[in-house]
Design a protein around this ligand. Structure first.
Ligand code: MCA
Ligand code: AMP
Length: 505
């Protein structure tokens, strides 16, 4: 009986003793051992009363077991909901509540803090630690190594990924099996992945890039991954000679370029470096080629759309562009006010349509209708143009978003916390250039008349409620915020004022 995602990415490897994950100390996890681990987890989930369509909220460190939870969810027809390990209990509470998760899987260190959250949601709470121990693994120990795969159709949901919004709280992007599969298959072909590929995997597995792009592509091709727990410069330098491909955010590549050990010799064996999740500076592209002889292949995507465009594998990989729409993906540039399509070469908002585009936001029909047109085009919120040769260029954003080291940060979320602080009249949070993270967060505070806000206390409060990567790297106090005649805060003026704040340090 069919389960397209599981059948295409996973069960096709049944019985194979081929390497899937290369781990530290030369340890190898084969495809079959990985599948057995996933099957045991699937048994634990179903024996704990989970039914197809239930959400499994997962905040755990990257490990082979964590990846097997994703495979187990696919096999048991559960919806996988991975969460950034940096999220605070406040943030997690919202995701668990909003998704109606039936099971929460966390590191044992978080168990006490999450217990009341799980109880309030009538969700089960299990643990999985970075070293592969935890209550999930204990229960899995005596489970059978085979699990009867649950039937699913391509239109069934496979995953929820939460993505923030310019105004309200985060929205759960509902991704179907077909969304994930269509993209994985396309990328295997476009990027020429085969079972001989060894991908150096240093990305987190709680976002599209590390999970659906990197992992699904390798699974679909039958290749293997050098599976690092996180970006670790020394380990990457050690492991690069054994890899054929690498995927990363621009920060990975700028950090490597700052390292004299990163040379042409070291990268000789690799055939492909892919970059995405944030703009890759043309300057980095050029420096990378000068140093290694490789032209980075830049692609563009979103949580809601998976990958939409890519530079070509063969042919010119043009710096400062994200290439062409992928096969099966339609892309148009429209007038942000009217939605009318603009002629080639003009700047407007990027809209995409195709099998890669998500189904909508979980239980948010109005927000879905705001961004996903009835005709299937998704309004990305990115501003771009298509050049005379058809290359898509992203020139800005029509949404108030900061991308720091590949993580998305919505200023509104931080402003809401800052606005509540004693002595604060109003605030504006902006993104400013940062040499390591590309952009970073700066908070501009306007005091109430006669008040002197305690900036240290404000930072402590932010730390209590928001993930570390969202914390402002600086808070500044000003007399007033620049506004246009409509009263709207002119963040572009603020960005100009503080543009050099971190790059001149
Ligand atoms: C860590 N910190 C950060 C970030 N990461 N702060 C701001 N932005 C970040 N991205 C914090 C740490 O908690 C630490 O805080 C301090 O900054 C410095 O940490 P460091 O050790 O330098 O950081 P790191 O652990 O090396 O992490 C940097 C990183 C990581 C390797 C760039 O952020 C990363 O792996 N980013 C990839 C994100 C990603 O996968 N995005 C894909 C999203 P303290 O100083 O207090 O200790 S999917 C997507 O966007 C779409 C779909 C797409 O197109 O792909
Ligand atoms: P996310 O919400 O994490 O899915 O982030 C998606 C956003 O990341 C897009 O809307 C873009 O703004 C940005 N993005 C992804 N890839 C690129 C790229 N290659 N160049 C510029 N921006 C990118």
């Amino acid at each position: 009986m069919p389960n397209p995602l599981y059948d295409t990415l996973l069960s096709c490897h049944a019985g194979k003793g081929s390497a899937f994950l290369h781990l530290s100390g030369g340890k190898i996890l084969t495809h079959q051992v990985f599948l057995s681990m996933a099957a045991k987890f699937a048994h634990v989930f179903t024996q704990n009363g989970l039914n197809p369509g239930d959400r499994v909220a997962v905040q755990v460190e990257k490990s082979p077991e964590a990846l097997a939870v994703y495979a187990a969810c696919a096999q048991a027809g559960l919806i996988f909901l991975p969460l950034n390990t940096a999220y605070t209990v406040d943030e997690l509470t919202y995701f668990i509540d909003n998704s109606g998760a039936a099971l929460v899987l966390c590191d044992a260190r978080q168990k006490t803090a999450l217990e009341p959250v799980a109880i309030a949601q009538s969700a089960r709470l299990e643990t999985l630690n970075a070293d592969g121990t935890g209550s999930l693994v204990d229960q899995a120990h005596d489970m059978p190594e085979e699990f009867a795969t649950v039937d699913r159709s391509g239109d069934d949901l496979a995953a929820f990924l939460y993505t923030s919004g310019t105004t309200g709280r985060s929205k759960g992007a509902m991704l179907t099996q077909d969304n994930l599969l269509s993209n994985a298959k396309t990328l295997v072909t476009e990027w020429r992945f085969t079972d001989a590929d060894v991908l150096l995997h240093a990305l987190p597995i709680f976002h599209t890039h590390g999970l659906f792009v990197a992992t699904n592509v390798v699974l679909a091709a039958g290749g293997s991954m050098i599976f690092l727990p996180k970006f670790d410069q020394d380990r990457i330098i050690d492991e690069l000679p054994g890899a054929t491909t690498m995927m990363g955010v621009p920060t990975f590549y700028t950090r490597l370029l700052d390292d004299p050990r990163f040379t042409q010799d070291l990268t000789q064996h690799l055939r492909l470096f892919v970059s995405g999740s944030a703009p890759l500076l043309a300057e980095t592209h050029v420096k990378f080629e000068d140093r290694t002889g490789h032209r980075i292949l830049e692609r563009y995507g979103m949580t809601e759309t998976n990958m939409s465009t890519s530079n070509p594998y063969d042919g010119e990989r043009r710096a400062g562009t994200v290439g062409f729409p992928l096969p099966g993906v339609e892309l148009k540039i429209t007038n942000p006010d009217t939605g009318a399509e603009l002629p080639q070469g003009e700047i407007g908002q990027i809209e995409v349509r195709g099998p890669n585009v998500f189904k909508g936001y979980w239980q948010m029909p109005e927000k879905t209708a705001d961004e996903l047109r009835a005709d299937g085009f998704f309004i990305t919120g990115d501003l771009g143009k298509v050049d005379a040769d058809g290359y898509v260029q992203i020139v800005g954003r029509n949404k108030d978003l900061i991308i720091s080291g590949g993580y998305n940060i919505y200023p509104k979320e931080i402003e809401l916390v800052l606005d509540e602080q004693p002595g604060v009249l109003e605030t504006a949070v902006i993104g400013v250039p940062h040499p390591d993270f590309g952009e970073t967060v700066l908070g501009v505070i306007i005091s109430e008349a006669g008040a002197t806000p305690d900036l240290e206390a404000i930072m402590a409060s932010v730390q209590g409620s928001l993930a570390r990567f969202k914390h402002p790297r600086a808070l500044v106090v000003q007399d007033a915020l620049p506004r246009n005649t409509m009263g709207k805060v002119q963040k572009n003026i603020l960005r100009d004022m503080y543009n050099d704040r971190f790059t001149n340090a």
